[in-house]
Design a binder for this molecule. Structure first.
Ligand code: TYM
Length: 343
């Protein structure tokens, strides 16, 4: 068995987002928007990463509804079922099974050095579960199961992608041969603009679902008055005249970048428009561009959420398509490792 054949020779893209709380502008600009932009060129798999969601304490009362919300947001943001498959990670059991196999070839110290593990573990103190350490191996399984060529993510996932490649190479070296590798090595796709959207309350830390303050982020489903309030109160500096790329003004660069991406204007146009502005003049412009960019997504999300039958059918078909590929890769790996196949 070899690496799977792809639809009409197109390269395969795969990515996902955890259903922990609402999606924010970082998830949209760093990930989903880029998926939408490139989807017609590839065969795509986008999934809701619900197994990863329990690596930190989670709320059982909201996990299922948040899973629906994320799937609906994928569609609302423009994921097109003509090019893309949407499914839920826990519906395809091969993800968990491949994780076990990869666990047994991944050195422990590779996981202990992961930046995201160290950061999250520091924040959680005593309450760190084994799954948090193992998070990147599950992510490697997600990617390797689909023989993904390209994985579009934000900057913060770069190290996990490198680890995925290292795990695949190690398995190939130990159990494959040069002519026929067992696993395909994926490439990350990280766009420069929007790859690291920063917090509204601190331009030096990234916008994140886990920040305790909701004022630090704009969620895709925030109503207009809340967006106005968050932007009105966001951190700025005392200077007049707004410029990109000044390391001493991280908030300024972040807010101009948001304005550029949400308004669809070029960097040059935004630089020229804002070079003499003060914050009092700029903030309403940013708020308006944000509200306008999110309105169609919010309207579409609402309509999709009102039709759970449709959403269920999308996820059911998605699971069926995903399962065929994932199960075939899992058999290939088990075969390479020497397992007795079931008769
Ligand atoms: P999650 O849910 O933490 O993030 C989802 C995506 O959003 C990007 N992102 C950002 N981009 C720019 N600025 C920010 N402030 C920002 N915050 C988040 C992330 O880089 C990511 O692309 N581990 C993954 C989920 C995952 C996955 C996978 C992704 C599990 N398995 C397989 C790709 C392929 C994660 O970070 O989820």
């Amino acid at each position: 068995m070899s690496i799977s054949t792809k639809t009409m020779g197109k390269q395969r893209v795969l990515s996902g987002i955890q259903p922990t709380g609402n999606l924010h502008l970082g998830n949209y600009l760093g990930a989903i928007r880029n998926w939408v932009d490139v989807q017609s060129e590839y065969e795509n798999f986008f999934f809701v990463v619900d197994l990863h969601a329990i690596t930190v304490p989670h709320n059982r009362a909201t996990l299922a509804s948040e899973t629906y919300t994320i799937a609906a947001l994928y569609l609302a943001c423009g994921i097109d079922l003509n090019y893309s498959t949407i499914f839920v990670q826990s519906h395809v059991t091969a993800h968990s099974e491949l994780t076990w196999l990869l666990n047994c070839i991944t050195p422990l110290n590779w996981l202990e050095r992961m930046i995201q593990f160290r950061e999250k573990a520091r924040k959680q103190g005593e309450n760190v579960n084994t799954g948090l350490l193992d998070y990147p191996v599950l992510m490697a399984s997600d990617i390797l199961l689909y023989d993904a060529d390209i994985v579009p993510v934000g900057e913060d996932q770069k190290q996990h992608l490198e680890l995925t490649r290292n795990i695949a190479s190690r398995l190939n070296e130990q159990f494959g041969n040069k002519k026929e590798p067992v696993l395909k090595l994926p490439e990350p796709l990280i766009r420069t603009a929007g790859a690291r959207v920063m917090s509204l309350t601190d331009g030096t830390s990234k916008m994140s679902k886990s920040d305790p303050s909701d004022m630090s982020r704009i969620n895709l489903l925030d109503p207009p008055d809340l967006i106005n309030k968050k932007i009105k109160r966001c951190k700025t500096d005392p200077l007049k005249g707004l410029t990109f790329d000044d390391p001493s003004r991280p908030e300024c660069d972040n807010l101009l970048t948001l304005y550029m991406l949400l308004s669809g204007k070029t960097k040059e146009a935004v630089a020229a428009e804002c070079q003499d502005m003060g914050w009092g003049q700029f903030k309403p412009l940013l708020a308006e561009a944000t509200i306008e960019a999110l309105k169609p997504i919010q309207d579409k999300h609402k309509a999709i959420m009102e039709d759970k039958g449709y959403l269920d059918s999308v996820l059911r078909e998605g699971r069926q398509k995903a399962e065929v590929i994932a199960d075939s890769t899992l058999s290939r790996v088990k075969n390479a490792l020497g397992y007795l196949p079931p008769s």
